[in-house]
Design a protein around this ligand. Sequence first.
Ligand SMILES: [Zn+2]
Length: 598
Amino acid sequence: MNFKGIPSFLIVIISVMMMSQTAQAAVKINYQLSFPEAQAHYVEVEMSIRNLDQAYTDVKMPVWTPGSYLVREFARHVEGFRAQAPDGKALRAEKISKNTWRVYHEKIADLKINYRVYAFELTVRTSFIDASHAFLSSTSIFMYPDGMLNLPSEIKIIPHKDWKKISTSLDSKKGDPYTLYAPDYDVLGDSPIEIGNQDIIEFTAAGVPHYVAMVGPGSYDREKIIRDFTRIIEESTKIFGKHPCKNYTFIVHNVPSGGGGLEHLNSTTVQTQRFSYSAEATYNSFLGLIAHEYFHLWNVKRLRPAALGPFDYDTENYTRALWVSEGFTAFYDNWLVRRAGFYTVDKYLELMAADFTKQTNLAGNNVQPLSESSFDAWIKYYRRNENSNNSQVSYYDKGSLAAALINLEILHQTQGQKSLDDVMKYMYDEYYTKLNRGFTDAEMKKAIEQFAGVSFDAFYASYIDGTGPFDYNKYLDYAGLKLTDQNAGKNDLYLGANTSATGGKVMVTAVTAGSPAYQYGLNVNDEILAIDGYRVDDLAKMLNLKKTGDTIKMMVSRDGMIRTLDIVLAKDPNVKYKLERVAQPTPAQDAVYKAWVK
Ligand SMILES: [Zn+2]
């Protein structure tokens, strides 16, 4: 500041103001976590907030975790919230909303808050603690003082009994791996912490130190993990040209069944079946999951829609662009596995054909636009029910196919010179690196148009904001490819109901919109007893005795009452695509094809 030309009395006032500003020390936040009852799935949290200058402080627990768009109400696992002054005197605290505790401290500047969290849900988006380890999904563990998300914090971890290792992307204090530092709550909330005796694999790829924390036994080979992860990491980094992380941590939960992942700023948590490393097909799909989460460190963690960061942890954060953040990432996951050389071209095209097939056969295609599927993720995608396939599309599945078509259009318009890679790199440089803000829907569209050199108005109107069916072959033809329906010409029977056979009962689990089952009133939860007077044990086998146009009398048990439905069987409308090259591709088609399959 320059004081020249300012009257002396003003200088005094300004100086006093500056002094009072410097006298007001910054608010300090510390957490201490301990696990005296790890076997019962509890973590004890002690949070201290110092240098407060207000009569009361609202302390909040997030309601959701970024990357997983569902209000999960983490406060429901909190117990025993209490607040104290430095002299140990209890301070009055009351809940003022489902996830907010108001602590009244009048002139007391330093607070100590204690609570415990029950953690017994081993998914990538929730926390889990038992005697063997703790996985802390930070937004479900750490509370924050309202209005102070920008403040740094220090986290001291007191491990349970024989836990010896900690894996997280948070910085630790020199010489003390159990004291961590977060520059603000967004980083803390976006850094899961694994504590226990995990097997840690260390390596450097793309110039960045990487750590893989293998939690639980699995059929992995340490050297192969290093080799194969390195290929994925380097292929991904090539797209953006630079790697923004100081280090990167993979927390891998090896589990008996299940799978999935959640992306974070400088880390990811994934779940995989512990023997998925053994067979080529399951191993490659595990690599697809790794590629997916890794690609997210650019796409969504940094290059992001405007609504996704800084986050509001108190409520839903709405965006119409998850088809870009998740769909493009879903397109890149298998594409990166292909580019890194794990899938042959034939295998990659087979996987693409399966994606086209799945999407085409989905009844929800006619109902929900892609951008709406993104917006309503909070109430629909994460809350699927028996009717979801009739009413929804996935912003992963359909978004991934939209990315494939956009990529083909850009390749076609530029004779294979430019691709979706260039759009991603441009968007990253522009909105993350230069402007450091989220992009709008219009900015994303504009960038696609800029690289393709053509308007995407019709594309968006039909495929993104509308429910028009994809004209796959128009785009695939650019690469000299075509989809052929293996079911064409067949006369397979169609009922349109999914069933499960459990305990000797054939139960209806889903009914497809427009199918005979739907039209003639078969319901989910009906037990199918008999067809035309014969007991049903194997539904498919019995239907095989019928032909298209036959009317069957289906006896079902519904609400404990027997009824008979007359159902006219139809021809199966489902497609089964194969993706093949045209007999004689033109040089232009060849250029697009080569640029695509690399
Ligand atoms: Zn994802």
